[in-house]
Design a binder for this molecule. Structure first.
Ligand code: DGY
Length: 325
């Protein structure tokens, strides 16, 4: 009997490829592959990256598809309803990138509040500099308030790190988190405006959905303290980037640190030239260990479905829910 065809849309770690090979014939077929259409037409599974759009057009081209296994926890690149309407499973990679992303968010908090990117650029520029009492002063995080929007796994992991750095934690979430977690973190659930108005640092950890698109817009930025910093390691379009540019230029907030962008990989030119913002190229999950784990999680989902079983980490159909996590 012919083995099922598994199409992978770009490079993934060998650990994932090895797992996939146990379930079928695997081809790597990026968007510019001239044989892509043929391959998709026969594909039983497709392993996608967060830069791939999975929409009606792709699903039309892949009539035998049983599963879309996204190698990411976020899945705003996939039309989930369209997949489910055709009986195609969708999976993501929750859990395995929690620590890596929370580490990065903590790093961005420190980079923004302590002006670390600016300092690095100064040294690299070759400009003369000398230590002085007043040079490049940032603000300490101890005793400050961190507001976490989206208190899922990554938000909670960031809260633990932040507590160790002496920050207090408030959060905004669709649901109140377990009392034990709230107690451990001394974390308080606030409505969005209260969180924005009282936090020294606001960090985004919600998915990008219709409800969270431009959640941080001009009005949200104006609600924040003038001394506050915004951190985004979630998805770019949660922030209205033009409004952020204006807020940074006008001193509405003090700084921002972004790992993701509204029109990724394009970055607003005014952000690139601003010293008030730290910019990273979507590195949240970029560790060798994490990418291996993401690839193997996606691959195990493919194996489970092609074996006739249930996916291990399914993305369920949207319920029209408007919450942030
Ligand atoms: C994800 O998995 O959604 C992350 O953005 C990858 O870095």
């Amino acid at each position: 009997m012919a083995r099922p065809l598994i199409v992978v849309t770009g490079w993934i770690p060998q650990a994932g490829m090895d797992v996939l090979a146990t379930a079928g014939d695997v081809v790597v077929s990026p968007a510019d592959d001239p044989q892509r259409a043929d391959r998709l037409s026969a594909a039983a599974a497709i392993v996608t990256l967060l830069t791939d759009r999975v929409d009606h057009a792709l699903l039309d081209a892949a009539p035998s598809l049983q599963i879309v296994a996204n190698v990411a926890v976020g899945h705003d690149n996939i039309d989930i309803a369209a997949c489910h309407a055709r009986g195609v499973h969708v999976t993501n990679t929750p859990g395995v990138l929690t620590d890596a992303t929370a580490d990065l968010a903590m790093g961005l908090i420190l980079m923004s509040t302590r002006r670390l990117g600016e300092g690095e650029r100064l040294v690299r520029s070759g400009e003369p500099w000398a230590w002085s009492m007043s040079m490049m002063l940032g603000t300490g995080v101890q005793g400050r308030r961190l507001g976490i929007i989206g208190m899922g796994g990554i938000g909670t992991a960031l809260a633990r790190r932040a507590r160790a750095f002496g920050l207090s934690v408030v959060y905004h979430n669709r649901r109140r988190v377990d009392r034990a977690v709230e107690d451990e973190l001394a974390a308080e659930l606030l409505d969005l405006d209260d969180l924005l108005a009282t936090s020294d640092i606001v960090s985004l950890h919600c998915p990008h959905t219709d409800a969270t698109h431009h959640l941080i817009d001009r009005s949200a930025l104006e609600t924040m303290k003038r001394s506050a910093h915004l951190v985004n390691t979630a998805r770019g379009p949660i922030v209205d980037e033009a409004a952020l540019v204006a807020a940074l230029a006008g001193g509405t907030i003090a700084g921002a640190a972004l790992d993701v962008f509204e029109h990724e990989p394009d970055v607003h030119p005014a952000l690139r030239s601003s010293d008030r913002v730290v910019l990273l190229p979507h590195l949240g999950s970029a560790t060798v260990e994490t990418r291996d784990a993401m690839a193997t999680t996606a691959a195990r989902n493919v194996v489970a479905v092609l074996d006739g079983g249930a996916p291990l980490t399914p993305v369920l159909p949207p319920k029209g829910d408007v919450g942030v996590s």
